[in-house]
Design a protein. Structure first.
Length: 75
């Protein structure tokens, strides 16, 4: 099992700020996900069988797709 690391390390791995990590963890807790932090393991962990799967997709168009976009402006 891989450890998340300290909050600072985990936020860096995710490419977010530490405060954003804490906000996200709080939102997950409000949804009923039991997540705790172990100082000994230096890792966040689930306290029950619930899990969250996060899927990241590239939502930004490729440059070649941008060439196909046209904007009509009328003033």
């Amino acid at each position: 099992m891989m450890a998340t690391g300290t909050p600072e390390e985990f936020a860096e791995k995710l490419g977010i700020r530490r405060s954003t990590l804490f906000q996200s963890l709080q939102e997950m807790r409000e949804m009923g996900v039991n997540i705790k932090y172990s100082c000994i393991r230096q890792s966040y962990y689930y306290t029950d069988n619930r899990r969250i799967k996060i899927k990241l997709e590239n939502i930004f168009p490729e440059k070649s797709d941008l060439d196909k976009v046209s904007i009509n402006r009328e003033y």
